[in-house]
Design a protein around this ligand. Sequence first.
Ligand code: 9Z3
Length: 334
Amino acid sequence: MNSSLGSEIDSFYESAPPLKERDSIMEKLNEFVELNCKGTKRVVCVTSGGTTVPLEQRCVRYIDNFSSGHRGAASTEYFLKAGYAIIFLYRRATSQPYCRSLPDDPLLECFEATDELNIQVRQPYSEAVKRAIRDHHAAVAGGFLLKLPFTTIFEYLQVFKIAIPGRSFLLLIEYLVLYYEQMLQMVAVSLRSLGPLAMFYLAAAVSGLLCSLEKHEHKIQSGSGPLDMRLVQVPKMLSVLRTEWAPMAFCISFKLETDTKILLDKADMALRKYKMNAVVANELLTRKEVVVVVTDSEKISVQRDKTEAGSDVENPLVKLLVDRHSAFIKDSNA
Ligand code: 9Z3
C-alpha cells in the first residue's frame, strides 16, 4: 500500500469514534472462525444496506445512503444454500435473510392473540413464518450465519476491518507486531491456508463522502442561515482490502449508477483500480431485474427469470459467482 494512503487510513481510524461492543464482536468472530474456517469450507462476507454519515458529533441529523438491503439478504440465503458460511454485515433495520416474504411489520401482521396467554400465527402467513423461522434458526444455530449490524460509516469500516475471515487476525496481530512477533508468525502461517476459500461480496452502499470531521459538536441551528458544509472523501478501503487485508480472497464489489452510459466503464475502472475479481454493475431503476458481472475478460448479463413467479436476480447471480469462485480456488491451488 502506498504510504500516503496508509497514513490517510490510519488517521481515519484514529478520528473515528470507538466501536462499541468491540470485544463481543471479536468473541463472536473467533467462535465463527473456529467453527467454519477449516478444511475446504468456504466463507463469504456479505455486506448489505447503506451507511449513514453523522453531521454532528451529538448526532441529530445525518446523510443517508439509499439501499433496502434486499440484495445482501437474498444473496445470503443463496450462499447458505450453496454451502457457504456467512458473515452478514448489515445496516440495522434493513432486509434480513429469510424475512423477504414476510410483511413489513411481521410481528403485528403475522400474529394474533387467541386468549390472554396464547399467540398464534395468522393463517395466510403460517407457511412463510414457519419457513423463515426454521431456515434462519438452522443457519444461526448451526453457526453458519453470523449477523453483525452497523449504522454509521465508522461502524461499517471498523467491523469490516475485523470481520475478514482469516486475514482479520493477521491484521489485528500486525498492530501488535512489536509485542507479539512470534504470535504473528504462528497465526499468519496457520491462517494463510484459508486464502482463496474466502469471498467478499460487497453489496452495501457505502458513503463515499464524509462530513468534515472538524464538524459541529451540537445540533446545527437551522435559524443561523444557510449552511456551508464540507464533505471530504472517505478513503477507499477496497485497495486496502485487496492489498493488505485479504490479498488471496475472491473479491466482488458492486457499482451503482443512475446513468447507464457510464455504468460499464465505471465498473471496468473499479475492477482494474481495486483489482477486484469481478464488479457487479447495476442501475438504480433496473437493479432488481438485471445486473452485469464485469470481469477482466467478460461482461455477463444476469437477468431475473421473468417466467417464474417470485424469482429474483440474486439467485442466478450467486450461482454464477459460486462457479467463478470454484474456478478461482482451483486455479489458486494449481
Ligand atoms: C449496490 O450496487 C447494490 O446492488 C444496491 C442494492 C445497493 C444497489 P438494495 O440494497 O440495492 O437491494 O436496495 N451496492 C454498491 C453500491 C456502492 O456504494 N458502490 C460503490 C460505488 O458505486 C463502490 S463500493 O462507487
